[in-house]
Design a protein around this ligand. Sequence first.
Ligand SMILES: [Zn+2]
Ligand SMILES: [Zn+2]
Length: 125
Amino acid sequence: MCATKSEPPPMESTAPSSPPLPRSSEEEKEPAEADIDKDVLCPICMQIIKDAFTTACGHSFCYTCISIHLRNKSDCPCCSRYLSNNHIFPNFLLNKLLKKISARQSARNASPVEHFRQTILQTGM
Ligand SMILES: [Zn+2]
Ligand SMILES: [Zn+2]
């Protein structure tokens, strides 16, 4: 039982792209988010809101962030108004928007090939 079957390398149709940039561990810099409206960032985790929930006072957070916060406190992290789990609502429209934004973000970070593919998809060629 010494016949080890070597797997042939998978056929890759993608064009050879430049090797990934070496990640410097000395300073973990956030990807450029200058063009992103800070309103789409969660005030708790400072990331693009995930599973957007809006409070009765009109502030938006990730569902996980606000639910963890409400486990310990009963106020809005933004304006300190009284808040409980009964006062937060899913914000479907914002969620949809945020998904688009994060998709655009990852498309920009993707390889040029992927970026090209996205462009084709958008123009409908
Ligand atoms: Zn958050
Ligand atoms: Zn608030």
